[in-house]
Design a protein around this ligand. Structure first.
Ligand SMILES: Cc1cc2nc3c(=O)[nH]c(=O)nc-3n(C[C@H](O)[C@H](O)[C@H](O)COP(=O)(O)O)c2cc1C
Length: 199
């Protein structure tokens, strides 16, 4: 059994709504145990990360970056960084914001750099935008065209579940892809990398 933590912060419920769809997708893969974990809780006890094989990182985009509570979680992992105990675990990122672009890419990049500093293995969002093959824009998977991670958009002041069907569908596909990747690479990724000796 491989384990996934979907680590998120959500002040108004949008990121949590997407996290629940990511969870649904991940749980469709046999042999995977996935659960939601609050970034706030991990900020208090970061060693809990050691119990998982993979992390799906989720934050709203605030001023072009992760939210303060999510950054507090990231910063609480400094001790684990020092000892590289999270090395070779799988990671991926998702973010929600109110504008179509909204600088979401910048949020995903900060998650990516966080994962790289820990020596993790980054998993993207390899879904072709379905509007190119005739699916109506709001129903299309990866309609926002993000491959480095998952992006979703909810209008300013909208209800927590006010996402177009394309975004919730993409969230499920993203969670499933991550879980399938963990299933395929999980043991290999966790194994120590052999040292290359150059004669
Ligand atoms: C302090 C703050 C900064 C924000 N910055 C951005 C931004 O840079 N780009 C954007 O599109 N939306 C921005 N938003 C809107 C949020 O990303 C959006 O409301 C999101 O859905 C909130 O997610 P949540 O409900 O999970 O908290 C910002 C909101 C707040 C409160």
């Amino acid at each position: 059994m491989k384990t996934i933590a979907i680590i998120y912060h959500s002040a108004h419920g949008h990121t949590e709504h997407i996290a629940r769809h990511v969870l649904e997708g991940a749980r469709r893969v046999p042999g995977i145990r996935a659960e939601l974990v609050l970034a706030d809780d991990l900020a208090r006890s970061p060693d809990a990360l050691l119990g998982y094989d993979g992390f799906l990182l989720g934050s709203p985009t605030y001023l072009g970056g992760v939210s303060g509570p999510f950054k507090r979680f990231m910063d609480a992992t400094g001790g684990l960084w020092k000892t590289q105990q999270l090395k070779n675990k799988l990671a991926a990122g998702f973010t929600v914001s109110s504008l179509p672009a909204g600088d979401k890419q910048s949020t995903l990049l900060s998650m990516f750099v966080f994962a790289m500093q820990h020596g993790m293995v980054w998993v993207g969002n390899p879904i072709l935008p379905e509007q190119h093959s005739g699916v109506p824009y709001n129903e299309a998977a990866n309609r926002l065209g993000s491959w480095s991670g998952l992006m979703a958009q909810a209008g300013h002041g909208a209800a927590a579940d006010a996402f177009v069907p394309g975004d919730t569908k993409t969230a499920q596909m993203f969670g499933r892809h991550f879980a399938e990747t963990l299933q395929r690479l999980g043991s290999a990724a966790a194994a120590p990398v052999a040292e290359v000796v150059v004669a």
